[in-house]
Write a new protein. Sequence first.
Length: 236
Amino acid sequence: MFSKYHQPLVHLNQKFDAHGNVLRFPGNTLLCHVPLFTPLSDALTAVRDRIRTSPHAGALAMLPPESYHMTVFEGVTERERQRGSWPADIPLNATLDECTNHMAGKLRTFDLGCTLPLRMKVAEADAQLKIGAMSLIPADAMETRKLRELRYRLAALLGLRESLHDNYVFHMTHSYLVKSIDQDEVRQALTFHSDLYAEMVMPLGPIALGAPEFCTFVDMRSFDNLFFLRHQERGA
């Protein structure tokens, strides 16, 4: 049975080592950056800085503010090569660059097909499931439908559909757990993080995000924008 108080170190020795050093983990993704020097970026940075003073800080690898984002649709990584996490029409032994170029060719002519901004809000405390990642939910039913339809269209276009596609949890990550902590410490950390979100982020109101960006990355410190998804001009 799932318990949010059990936090496996799924990213250890993939994205970070046990000392918090970043590791090479290349791939691509579709995301919305949190622009720097905005109230949201400042609030997330303040959350991170408060967490740095907490008893569990030594178990976390912290991310820089320029990396803050919300993933709209997970792309591929160089490591994960199986159907569902690699495009159906690309050989599993293709290079990452070949895969990225193939996906980019499809995405450049993909019609965003929904109104902007994408509007999210911070999930309530009982739905904050992961240390270091602030869970988000769509701001209302219209936003829920908008994001669901966009993700389904992207899955069909790219031939990518992870097993958790229908239950994907939107989030913004500010740190990664790289050392084991016991369930009492997990409980305390989740409560502390949730209280910080309520104090520093929720008062900002709905989170408005712009057009999703197709990005590449080498590690978790930065995500390089290749282009934005956009509305395509259609002939009469």
